[in-house]
Write a protein that binds this ligand. Structure first.
Ligand code: AHR
Length: 829
């Protein structure tokens, strides 16, 4: 029986160290529960509980186990929980109120049916805070045993999960001591097959770690628009300004904003040349790579002016030169023209006569004039599919080799930005380059948006992949914006409801018009046609939101955008979002909204340890069929040090086998992040590292490639039996069958186009595995191909090679898998 008195007691020191101490069976059915936070980590560790039989001796429920944490404000100094107060309503629901900081006026509010599962937090100023019924708030309650037991069960569940998540291959020599080899029999059935998604494997491109400017976007001049600003770096580096990457000889470089080329591109360079040659140099990104025989397109916007009222303007031809560090000329061009007081684009072509990985550009100006210069650009002619304003061929081809069925862009966090001013607005990224609106990149650099929506869509078309643009749900990143007094939504905020939000919703609708509309009737479609693509891009999907905090601010705006898109374009598949984790409040609330609205697909994100992937192979097996589908938009296996190696790659391969099995509910997947320029990585691991001249695809890349190339639309069930010799001596090491079995995964798909069956087997064990795959419904299949990926735990090196020891005998396929390997076999019936 519940005693409903509330006590406001001082915080009592915990007397028990055990994580969960059993409650003595003989005791009464109610006991004391104490909720508290701790100053130990400056109140960052969330809400904890203790129980007691006598309110004197208290026992922790998990050591500082966080049953709910603060979501308020930025990472780091914020996200604190002070002075928690609970209220229990008559129906058993709990309300939690807590302070978010000593000086912040907001109070956080959330509710829970059981103190384990919590709604999203809202943040209120005092006058708006929902009142506790009868003002009853406290930290100590007399509750039924079952309340405490639930909390204890949660701690035990979390501890068991943490132990599983911590499983590492480094412990395999101990874990599998005594294991010398395995025999595995996988019997595949053609009964109860599943039709699965035809776009399971895709890519997620985000402008992170110099993926766009300095990366995929082939522009070779850094800061071509003179729009770099210390704000790009959040004022951490004063040298990151409009002159970044530029130097001069013979005169000073001035930055001017009068009479700009375009209001969206307000800054430009000014050089005052007084009868002596002046040179302007750009260093590109760690130098400009130049190759003998290659051709480059150079262009510049020029506005010459007189030096002063007294001096007659006299311009001369501009020499454009690429030189190596010793001054040797690698390519040369010449420009002339330009009318006093008027911006004009001048162009020339350079042909390289030498090789250099790190050249620089020089512009030599002479005469008597004040030269105003902007949009100084150099592109290789040899871009991916030879597109002007195009993409770096080697990088784009490496992405093409993954056979992506879709491309999600432009983020990630870049899509929703750090604060409302930083939302990625697609309309700012189309049209003439000088009219696009650059923005600071929340990964702390500059986005020219030269790689903008037109280029993204063109890239998708060139890859034969579906475009999946992601637009912010009218709210910025959950970690942006510090709460301001008067901002009822705390840190996150959102576009104000009313005309501003209406305009934003219209932007979303206009995107569909721009991508798919008829240029004769739609002004947005006409812009697409004018840019060079009269035919529709055939957009079918739109993402709304990126791993947002599923707050009230989010939900209100998501619903508005969702309803508007559904009403105007019912044929467009909306991809919603369910927060940044595979569990917890955002995940639960995101799924609630998705089910309420019958959203076609939601985007799940989780970066996890290999142990999580090994132990969660059933993750999608219990997902409801026939409703909202899953897009696993961001995932990767992470180990300490964040390397991408065979351990992480095989964890991802295991998971992809499970995803293929659940390809009827999981519609799409994409690893994250995709690209990172060496020396500028803002996140590890990534799928492909690169510098100016070369690419280093990772082990994870090989896994993505093998799954991307070898895919099908029918999944075949299988029964797996693993045999390994068990020692007969009493004290000999005895590896657990469970540990062994969960490190072997397989998947069989049929590619309906070629008719081939595709067999994938992961051997995530330190020993070889002799595998027989039986397909009793086939009589004499033939081998089409076999590839395997192997590597060792202590090296980043991997090998992908044809597997030549595959034998076919009747309906059996036999192969010996190397330790720590993924093997992909294609057979034709
Ligand atoms: O992939 C890197 C980042 O991870 C993405 O920008 C964001 O969505 C996630 O937090």
């Amino acid at each position: 029986m519940k005693r409903s008195l509330l006590f406001l007691l001082p915080l009592c020191a915990a007397t028990a160290s055990a994580d969960v101490l059993p409650i003595p069976a003989s005791q009464a059915d109610s006991l004391w529960l104490h909720a508290y936070t701790t100053p130990r980590d400056d109140y960052h560790t969330g809400l904890h509980f203790q129980w007691s039989l006598d309110s004197i001796n208290w026992f922790n429920i998990g050591y500082e186990h966080a049953f709910v944490k603060s979501d308020y404000g930025n990472w780091g100094s914020q996200k604190r929980m002070l002075n928690p107060r609970l209220t229990r309503l008559n129906d058993g629901t709990w309300q939690l109120r807590f302070d978010v900081g000593e000086r912040d006026l907001h109070t956080a509010f959330c509710t829970s049916p059981d103190l384990v599962h919590w709604t999203a937090q809202d943040y209120y100023l005092a006058e708006d805070l929902p009142k506790a019924p009868n003002g009853q708030e406290g930290t100590v309650f007399y509750v039924e045993q079952s309340v405490v037991q639930k909390l204890q069960a949660e701690v035990l569940r979390a501890n068991a999960a943490a132990a599983q998540n911590a499983e590492r291959a480094i412990d395999d020599p101990t874990r599998f001591n005594g294991l010398s080899g395995l025999n595995t029999h996988i019997v595949i059935s053609d009964q109860q097959t599943r039709q699965i998604s035809d776009k399971l494997m895709g890519i997620f491109f985000e402008d992170i770690s110099y993926s766009a400017d300095g990366g995929l976007y082939a522009e070779m001049i850094q800061n071509r628009d003179f729009e770099y600003t210390p704000l790009d770096q959040r004022d951490r580096d004063a040298s990151w300004n409009a002159t970044k990457c530029w130097t001069t000889r013979g005169a000073d470089l001035h930055i001017d904003t009068t009479n700009p080329l375009h209001p969206n591109n307000p800054h430009h360079a000014v050089l005052r040349v007084k009868g002596q040659e002046v040179t302007l140099c750009n260093e590109g990104w760690d130098g400009i790579p130049v190759r003998t025989g290659a051709r480059y397109n150079f262009s510049i916007q020029l506005r010459p002016e007189a030096l002063d009222n007294m001096t007659r303007m006299q311009t001369k031809a501009i020499n454009v030169t690429l030189r190596d560090k010793d001054g040797n000329i690698l390519a040369q061009g010449r420009l002339s023209g330009g009318k006093k007081g008027q911006w004009k684009q001048l162009k020339c072509q350079l042909k390289a006569t030498g090789d250099c990985d790190a050249a620089h550009l020089e512009l030599s100006l002479d005469g008597q004039a004040e030269y105003h210069l902007d949009m100084i650009s150099l592109f290789p002619q040899d871009t991916y599919k030879n597109r002007p304003n195009g993409l770096r061929r080697d990088l784009a081809e490496a992405l093409e080799a993954l056979h992506p069925r879709f491309v999600r862009f432009p983020g990630g966090c870049v899509a929703h930005g750090d604060g409302l001013d930083n939302l990625y607005r697609w309309k700012n990224t189309i049209g003439p380059l000088e009219a696009r609106k650059p923005n600071w990149n929340l990964w702390r650099y500059h986005q020219t948006v030269g790689l903008g929506y037109y280029e993204y869509f063109q890239f998708c078309e060139d890859l034969g992949a579906e475009p999946l643009p992601v637009l912010a749900a009218g709210v910025p990143c959950q970690n942006s914006c510090v709460g301001e007094p008067g901002n009822e939504y705390g840190q996150q905020g959102g576009i104000p409801l009313g005309p501003e939000m209406d305009e934003y919703i219209q932007d979303v609708l206009d995107l569909v018009e721009w991508a798919n509309g008829d240029p004769k009737t739609s002004r947005w479609a006409k812009m697409r046609a004018d840019a060079g693509h009269p035919k529709p891009f055939n957009l079918k999907m739109i993402g709304i939101g990126n791993e947002d905090l599923i707050s009230r601010a989010f939900e209100e705006r998501f619903r508005l955008i969702y309803d508007a898109v559904r009403a105007r374009y019912p044929e467009i598949e909306v991809v919603g979002t369910v927060g940044p984790f595979y569990e917890g409040s955002d995940y639960e609330q995101g799924w609630r909204i998705a089910r309420e609205l019958n959203v076609a697909t939601v985007d799940e994100h989780y970066y996890n340890t290999p142990g999580w992937f090994i132990n969660n192979q059933h993750f999608y097996d219990s997902y409801q069929r026939g409703g909202t589908k899953v897009y696993l938009g961001e995932y990767a296996a992470h180990i300490p040090g964040r390397a991408n190696n065979i351990e992480t790659a095989l964890a991802e391969a295991l998971h992809l086998c499970n995803v293929e099995r659940n390809g009827d509910v999981v519609e799409m997947t994409s690893y994250a992040p995709l690209l990172a320029r060496k020396g500028y990585t803002r996140w590890n691991p990534d799928l492909i590292y690169f510098d100016g001249t070369s690419l280093s695809p990772t082990t994870g890349y090989e896994v993505q490639r093998l799954f991307g190339v070898h895919t099908g639309t029918t999944w075949y069930p299988a029964l797996t039996q693993v045999d390994f010799a068990k020692p007969t001596e009493r004290n000999a090491p005895r590896p657990s069958t469970f540990d062994v079995e969960k490190r072997i995964a397989s998947s069989c798909l049929r590619d309906e186009v070629s008719g081939d069956y595709i067999l994938k087997v992961v051997n995530y064990l330190p020993v070889p595995n002799a595998v027989t795959l039986s397909l009793p419904f086939l009589s004499a299949p033939t081998l089409v191909s076999a590839e395997h990926l192997t590597g060792s735990l202590d090296a980043l090196e991997v090998k992908t090679a044809p597997k030549d020891d595959v034998t076919l005998s009747g309906s059996d396929v036999k192969v010996t898998l190397a330790p720590y390997s993924l093997t992909v076999i294609r057979i034709h019936p």
